[in-house]
Design a protein around this ligand. Structure first.
Ligand code: SF4
Ligand code: SF4
Length: 386
């Protein structure tokens, strides 16, 4: 594991001018307004009733809907800004849990406050937590409300200058069933957990007398914020790869003006490894993942120029989801960094970090041991019964 200065981080990823991303151009939103892809998101859900097919049955869909319940009922971060658990202000509570608004905790030691904040985040369900100075390039320039179609400039108050990034682990077995509804349940549980965690953490900070904006996929781009906060590196599949869980995490953040101490970005061999490994691209049913070198050239308006990465074709990805009748996480499932804890996997991670000439060998053995194989839905439910 190597620690990077902010200059080194910038050099690693930024090759041109980075404009703030307009949320209207993310794939979910494009399917609301862009004629070529209009209606795809609605079609995925409205035309995908339970089927008599393992992984897509009523029981599978019931599990998926249940595990999405907190996110879909009380946060809706995929559709709206600042609602429910992601509200920018304190939500409804009883009168006994409201403190006078002029109280403010004096922070004399930001390092100590950072330790406390991380502890609270973990108490509330975070598995990994990091802090960075807020880089406003990663905030959305505009936001688009999927429910009301309201489109407006995003204004984050100037006193908000830190981001607390956190990750929640997604269940290994659920994700291993991807691309079925059970796999979608794994994503849903991650979304529900991080909404809950973000809401609690933001409320703690507000009760200390500081502004706090909890955000899942809302407000800004979680992956670059998490990288700046030292949670991991960018993978070929466009997701964060953490040292602990690989890409099998969901990311959220709380933006705040509470004085904190930033963490340091890290590097543990992911970029070089992804240059050798193309498993996510090979196992992508939509062929939406770039096989070539990193580039900052966008494929379409859902990619942000200026950042060196392997661009994802989100249109192809969403079209596959519609054909599939559920979401997909194959790129997470097959990634060699997606492993359960264990000494053997820790040794391999050390090798990837320190012996990059072995990367091709590690990719080959990963396939040899069948780590990329799907857990069949019937096997998943059999394990549930035992
Ligand atoms: S979610 Fe599935 S379809 Fe989309 S990029 Fe990943 S593997 Fe491909
Ligand atoms: S599957 Fe391989 S290429 Fe894709 S993100 Fe994971 S390590 Fe990188």
């Amino acid at each position: 594991m190597r620690y990077l200065t902010l200059e080194e981080l910038e050099k690693k990823y930024i090759v041109g001018k980075v404009e703030q991303f307009d949320q209207k151009n993310d794939m979910y939103r494009r399917s609301r307004w862009q004629p070529e892809v209009r209606g795809l998101w609605a079609k995925l859900w409205e035309e995908s009733p339970p089927q008599n097919k393992p992984g897509y049955t009523l029981k599978d869909r019931a599990l998926e809907n249940a595990l999405w319940y907190i996110e879909n009922g009380f946060a809706v971060g995929n559709s709206k800004e600042g609602y429910g658990l992601y509200s920018w202000e304190s939500g409804p509570t009883d009168k006994y849990h409201v403190l006078p608004s002029d109280l403010k905790e004096k922070v004399t030691d930001p390092a100590e406050m950072s330790r406390i904040v991380k502890k609270v985040a973990r108490l509330a369900g975070a598995d990994l937590v990091g802090i960075c100075q807020l880089d406003r390039r990663w905030l959305y320039s505009h936001i688009y409300d999927c429910r009301t179609r309201e489109y407006k400039v995003l204004e984050v108050p100037p006193e908000i200058n830190y981001a607390i990034a956190f990750a929640v682990e997604m269940d290994h077995d659920l994700i291993k069933t991807s691309p079925t509804c059970i796999g979608g349940a794994g994503a849903g549980l991650g979304y529900s957990k991080h909404a809950y965690t973000a809401g609690i953490l933001a409320e703690f900070i507000r009760n200390l007398g500081y502004k706090a904006i909890p955000a899942g996929n809302t407000t800004g781009l979680s992956v670059p914020i998490a990288i700046s906060a030292g949670l991991g590196e960018l993978g070929r599949h466009g997701m964060l790869i953490t040292y602990e869980f690989g890409p099998r995490v969901r990311l959220a953040k709380v933006l705040t003006g509470l004085p904190l101490q930033p963490d340091t970005p890290v590097e543990f061999g992911v970029t070089q490894f992804c240059e050798k490994c193309k498993k996510c691209a090979q196992h992508c049913p939509a062929q939406a993942i770039h096989y070539g070198e990193r580039t900052d050239k966008p494929l379409n308006i859902s990619n942000n120029p200026g950042v060196l990465k392997w661009p994802i074709d989100a249109e192809k990805c969403l079209r596959f989801w519609v054909r599939n009748g559920s979401t997909c996480g194959n790129c997470i499932r097959v990634c060699p960094f997606n492993k359960e804890p264990g000494w053997l996997h820790d040794m391999v991670k050390w090798g990837v970090s320190d012996l990059p000439w072995l990367d091709s060998f590690f990719v080959w053995t990963d396939g040899l041991f069948g780590y990329d194989k799907q857990l069949r839905p019937e096997e998943y439910w059999a394990k549930m019964k035992s």
